[in-house]
Design a protein around this ligand. Structure first.
Ligand code: 10E
Ligand code: SF4
Length: 361
């Protein structure tokens, strides 16, 4: 009697690296945890600290209170601004309401705010490439609302009502598709010969690395599973990038419980990755579920090593090792935050060598 399984190709699970937490997310999560340790609950957070349901739920259990508006907290409260950044109007409102603030905006988002202010000060109008309604886009636009026009797709470039003979600058949201943005910028250059490029990439190192890594596994994956929340822009981009680069199918899940066994029919190789706001324990959960469903231990395919870390906000830096403000890696992020070779804007807030760094091993 012949063994049918002997003729079937061997099942495989391939995990992309880098994946998961970036330096800005790790810093933001640790900021909330340190603030709770130093100041005690309640610590308010304006919007989700990062766009991950599990991170928010865990921090809620630790005493953080997430609000949409500053009007939802009493005067004198401590509020943390999320990693996605806030507009100057929000900062001003916090002062008016007598709130104490800690800014967990990622330094690489702050860098884009600086660029927006600089171009606006020079009188150069700006095209911001990004997604309408996203908190990062709202924050950046708020730096120069009269000078910024939002472009969401390459086709939007044709609709722009801007003098093609005048100087024009472009900036982007940090978590966009690298390939789609390149297309949009090419169209801008065609229409606006005096277009000014930003001094360095606004799409950050973490976004670029995670997209590069998923491209590497997509071509030999029958199914790519991206772990990340629905409102996580960079996670949603990873699904699109996987599909554009050869994956037969790609699905986003918040956690292992969302894997539909029907997706696995005739699937030999499964690729796994996760967005920049996703704790590694959720990827571990997916791998455990796949093992239950008959898949072997995963192999990792690494595109690049990452080692970047950011210092905590100044209010939390004073506490030295051993004290209540000691910088530790978030227990939500058991793996090392990646470095990247070249992180534009990292110099904005380098981790001082004397400070315990976020980066683990
Ligand atoms: O929706 P996004 O991808 O912008 O956010 P996220 O919280 O899922 O990931 C971190 C990215 C940030 C803070 C924006 N630069
Ligand atoms: Fe910062 Fe990039 Fe992470 Fe956003 S995705 S928090 S810009 S490192």
């Amino acid at each position: 009697m012949s063994d049918a399984s002997a003729s079937q190709p061997a099942k495989r699970v391939v995990v992309a690296a880098p994946r998961g937490y970036c330096a800005g997310v790790d810093r933001a999560v640790v900021t909330v945890q340190r603030a709770l340790a130093v100041y005690g609950a309640p610590v308010y957070v304006r919007k989700q600290i990062v766009h991950n349901r599990h991170v928010v739920e865990t921090l809620e259990q630790e005493g953080a209170v997430f609000v949409d508006e500053l009007s939802e907290m009493p005067s004198g409260s401590l509020v943390i601004f999320s990693a996605h950044g806030v507009s100057p109007a929000v900062r001003a409102e916090a002062v008016e309401r007598g709130l104490r603030t800690i800014d967990a905006t990622c330094p690489l988002v702050t860098k884009v705010h600086h660029e927006a202010r600089r171009f606006a000060k020079q009188g150069v109008p700006i095209v911001l490439i990004g997604h309408a309604g996203h908190e990062e886009v709202e924050g950046t636009t708020g730096e120069a609302p009269d000078d910024i026009t939002l472009v969401q797709t390459p086709d939007d470039v044709d609709e722009l009502d801007i003098d093609p003979g005048a100087p024009l600058a472009w900036l982007t949201q940090t978590t966009l598709s690298v390939d789609e943005t390149r297309e949009t910028v090419e169209r801008l250059h065609e229409r606006f010969p005096r277009l000014i490029d930003p001094p360095s990439d606004d799409i950050c190192y973490a976004t670029q690395n995670r997209q590069g890594a998923v491209k590497q596994i997509a071509g030999h994956s029958d199914l790519v599973i991206v772990v990340g929340s629905r409102n996580s822009s960079n996670s949603v981009r990873l699904v699109e990038v996987a599909l554009e680069n050869g994956a037969r199918r790609a699905e986003r899940v918040d956690n292992a419980g969302e894997i539909d066994p029907a997706w696995l029919e005739d699937v030999t190789t499964i690729g796994i990755t996760s967005g920049a706001s996703v704790p590694e324990r959720l990827v571990d959960g997916v791998l455990e579920r796949l093992a239950e469903l008959g898949y072997p231990r995963a192999d990792e395919e690494r595109l690049v090593e990452e080692s970047l870390s950011f210092a905590l906000p100044p209010e939390l830096r004073a506490c030295r090792a051993g004290g209540p403000g000691r910088r530790t890696r978030s227990p939500l992020a058991p793996r090392a935050v990646g470095p990247v070779a070249d992180a534009p804007g990292a110099e904005d807030r380098p981790a001082a060598p004397s400070e315990p760094a976020v980066t683990g091993a």
